[in-house]
Write a new protein. Sequence first.
Lengths: 86, 718
Amino acid sequence: MEELIQEMKVKIIETLSLLDTKPDDIDAEAPLVGPETGLDSIDVLELVMMIEKDYGVKIDNKELGMKVFASVKALAEYIHEKKTVH
Amino acid sequence: MNRRVFIAGVGIISALGRGRRAHAEALARAAGGVKPLSLFPASHPQPLPVGEIRALEQAGTVPRTHQLALIAAREALDHADGPPDAIVLGVAGGGMSTTEVLLKEKIGDPSRYRDHAAGSVAAHIARAVGCRGPVLTVSTACSSGSVALAMAMEMIRSGRADSVLAGGADALCRLTYYGFHALQLVDPVGARPLDRNRRGMTVGEGAAMLLLTAADTPGGDALCELLGAGLSCDAYHPAAPQPQGLGALSAMRQALDDAGVKPSEIDYIHLHGTGTIDNDLAEARAVNALFGREMPLLSSTKGATGHTLGAAGAMGAVIAAIGVHEGLVPASRGYQNPDPELNLAPVMAPLQTEVRRVLVNAFGFGGNNASLVIGHPVQCRRINPVRETRPFSVRGMAVLTGAGDGPATMARLFAGDSVKGVLNYEALATHLPQRTVRRLKRLPRMVLTLAAAAVAAGGPPHAIFLGTGWGPLSEAYDFLTKLYESGEQFSSPTDFIGSVHNAPAGQAAMPVQATGPNITLSGGDYSFEQALLTASLFQHVSARPILLVGADEHHPAFAPLIEPAAVRDGPPADGGAAFLLKPGETEGMRISSLFFAHARQHPQVIPDAIAHLGGAERIMDRYAAIFFGIPAAYEASGRLQLREFLDAVRFGGAVVDYRRWTGEFASASAVATFLAAQCIQHDEIPQQMCGREGYSPDGRGILLLNLGEFVTALETVP
């Protein structure tokens, strides 16, 4: 899981062009979206595309998205769970 | 004199049918036109529902948007005496429905892309109907059609035109079909506007055109009167509405004020009502705030037609005209379950009742809001004194060229070299926070850089007017490339939002909270002139300064396809300029729009231009120099126009071919206007540019002529 969390951080930085952020700057348990991180709903949708493309995991509604994108850890756990099921 | 604006003819085509009569009938029986997509194969196992026009035969290589626009235009002009004095068209996609297929098939022949540009739709109509006057294209995403009508109304009120054909058009295409899907904004069962269980919109297509005419009393042909308009910008988010609907509320309020109408006098609201969770909530809050207990009848017709994007506002205006004329309030198709959070009770079945005044809403990406008030021509009276246009005084300005910023540009020119080139991407937006620009590509970075520099010199603006001939090429190209690379499985929501022409101006509004009109014009090489003309039309809205920008980006793969003439000779170039302008001041340097006509239809265009400029003698006295530009695609006709002008005026001042110095790109004239203003400030025109040593304007102005397909004139005077 720790490995997937690290991998997520790198992918998030890449996908969202967070050029001024390093993986270690991201707190895996802190809220991923909001004024603290400066990320919003468009960024979430951009990550939805990346996750479907790179991991084959669909996140296709807002309610699910709110839960999954609560933090990097929640995201990694969701991907892990869905990938294991398939 | 009282100049009222009447709707003398309408034309409409949508998934509900073709023509005003067909729409009146379809709306009266609450018909629906939403069905699964059939126009092109979709990658989804089940094609999403769309508002598609099924009975439309492909007319040669003419793009679908152009076809739809012309069908509506011909209907609107059916009983007209002659061509309109001007055309104002709102489009979001332009020729994208054709371009995206060419890119998909990797077609490299530029001649196939000639109808790509947003402005090519209006040009197509102008040629077909023989319009000689200004032909303007507004691209403010889903409010385009309403903004076009607001502009057309001001052209008539200000006496610039007696008749204007205005409206909007957009065809279904992959860009919008997949783009809205990527944003998770599409309801899989079809849009259910205002319903508690709504899940999103339905993408549609169509065109709606209205012939507006000036008169002091309604003639027999007047269907309705266009009573007023209100424009605003949320300055909040590139795609989501301000949650309380503050921008929408401001647009509605201004429209009522402009119409001289109280909320209680509105009988029906044609809502924007897309069916997305956020739009309907924000709009409902705004409507509740404005109308409170005096709630008029209201409905959204997007459950029946789908959301026709650039056409939507104009389609709302035509539906309003039908409603007033036939005493019909259409049903809110798709609505079943009240949403307590919205606190609205939409009309569920078509209602035959007297409709005197209608409020029409249209909102778009970039937080771009437009409301119109349409009324019965006899029962409503509007007094419109003719509005006088005054010059803008220049409070700040900025430029970006191949040489860099303003000082770098002027230094290069005074050293005798051109400023042609494509500025290094890394040099753009260096002063802006990384978090602000991380999602922005080349054009929005240019516009934000220009805006920040002009605003730093002149203070925050109320309104923003952007002219861009090519629009955000990088975002559109990247969106389609990513889509096709993935077999139409994946696309970038960020690129989709950034691909609308008004995205850069919407971005520019946010840091300075420019909540007034935010209008992006896209008419090829004449886009900057269109933006200045449009800014002049809305001078009355506020005494606060406005920001005027003209900018275009070079794109190594896309630009050679859509603008082959511009990159054929010499190095590729791009750039732009911004001006912070105060309306109505007589002190200091001023900029004015003086003339705008369609040359192709107008054999007397040069004598007409000279007459508008006050005749040969005045031109000689007033201007130290003429800066002229001839877009590469119109070299032959432009040269003839220039010779005719210079011969007729016997101009003795300096004559500068500015594209030799700026390079070839759609908004080169914006950069030329900056150069002219700088020459006046420096009191010297660089020697190599004008062929004279130490040539001083000496208190006179500089006339800027843009020639070719159109002939335009603007001036900068000290």
